[in-house]
Design a protein around this ligand. Structure first.
Ligand SMILES: *Cc1c(COP(=O)(O)O)cnc(C)c1O
Length: 223
């Protein structure tokens, strides 16, 4: 346990150094960027260690996993849902998450809006996921051509755009595209960049980076 804490702590320090370095020359400060530590597949004990080390933003891809972990953490933790949304899971996702990064359906947006009306809690924050792959098949997100009409009819407030950089293109160009789309659409937040490309994402204007394996280790090595 102590060993694990030291490992996570040193990885966190390393990632913070990389963030600071990537922000050099951009005119932006560290406090303008939210580091979300992606805890999917890792045990809640790791989340406790992260919390103890000062981390307050956690990312999960599956409803079942987030629903199990989130209630075990103090209330000042923020939970970010970034996986594919299934309609029948929305009321559960709505229970435990604070920020949705992967909205990509008006139907789902309407379900969230209905839940918002029913509850007096603070409103959730939404990022709309954009798919920049050449063939928008399996992975989530709407095509960039659909963005304008989506925003016109979306019943919840969208505060940012999210992307996973496609494998086939240069990530800087994908992130710059997202940044330009957001500024055209008048949304200010950009959720982009993972362990392999968060520096590039920060250079292109990311406000939220989602980092898992650089902090917690490679998921494929977990027994
Ligand atoms: C898993 C995942 C991440 C984190 O990936 P790492 O490479 O482990 O940093 C970020 N965003 C999404 C959408 C993910 O599914």
């Amino acid at each position: 346990m102590n060993q694990r804490r030291l490992e996570i702590e040193s990885n966190l320090v390393e990632v913070e150094k990389r963030i600071t370095k990537a922000l050099e020359g951009t005119g932006r400060e560290r406090d303008e960027v939210t580091l979300i530590v992606v805890t999917k597949t890792y045990p809640v004990e790791d989340v406790f260690l992260l919390y103890d080390l000062g981390v307050r933003n956690f990312g999960e891809n599956r409803d079942q996993e987030g629903a199990a972990k989130a209630p075990q953490l103090p209330n000042d933790a923020s939970w970010h849902f970034q996986g594919q949304i299934q309609g029948r899971k929305i009321s559960s996702i709505n229970e435990w998450s604070d920020v949705i990064h992967s909205l990509d359906s008006l139907d789902h947006a309407a379900k969230f809006a209905r839940l918002e009306e029913l509850s007096s809690e603070k409103a959730r924050e939404f990022f709309l996921q954009i798919n920049l792959e050449s063939a928008a098949e399996h992975r989530g997100g709407i095509a960039k051509e659909e963005l304008e009409s989506f925003l016109e009819s979306c019943p919840v407030t969208i505060s940012g755009l999210m992307v996973v950089a496609p494998l086939e293109v240069d990530p800087y160009s994908a992130f710059s595209t997202l940044s330009a789309l957001a500024s055209d659409a008048g949304v200010t937040k950009l959720s982009m960049g993972m362990s392999g490309d968060f520096e590039v994402a920060l250079k292109a204007g990311a406000t939220h980076i989602r980092v898992g394996s650089s902090i917690l280790g490679s998921r494929t090595l977990l027994a």
